[in-house]
Design a protein around this ligand. Sequence first.
Ligand code: 5GP
Ligand code: MG
Length: 178
Amino acid sequence: MSQNITIHDKSFVPFIDAEGINQRVVALAKQINEDYAGKNPLILVILNGSFMFAADLFRKLTIETTISFVRLSSYAGTSSTGAVNTLLGIKEPLTGRHVIIVEDIIDTGKTLASFLPVIAQQEPESVEIATFLVKPTALKYPVHARYVAFEIEDRFVVGYGLDYDELGRNLPNLYVLA
Ligand code: 5GP
Ligand code: MG
């Protein structure tokens, strides 16, 4: 497996390698293919962190499906106006659609807890969450992800799309703060 790395001022150690990640992504895609056959789900990707997970997951979906992207600014959780503004990035109406939100990581759950009501306003047929990572012990808001690649302890991770101050997103393996 890979070596320890330094990003900015911090050291990170190997945590989950690309092969381990791929195995879980394959398993999640299989589940989604079964659960959503004939339902044409809309994959709603929350940028930036989840772009790599979303791309790997999406290419393994064999069902009819569409994809759209939304970027939530850091203040989206504190004002509904902020969250609604970010939704303007979505061209497709969500009404009547089966929506699968794709996230990189659920930490406190605040981001998704503020975003879900905005989605619900458009009256989708169903809404589920697919997340690469979840930190169960850090969860403070009632957010449940149906599809989870890995549950991890409450430690800071980088790689596979996730950044430390914008660096490290390109790493194919996941690292954890030493
Ligand atoms: P929440 O709103 O669930 O508390 O936070 C979710 C967001 O916090 C994620 O989308 C991500 O941007 C950031 N985040 C939380 N934990 C980590 C982590 O361990 N590493 C990185 N790179 N970002 C994290
Ligand atoms: Mg994020």
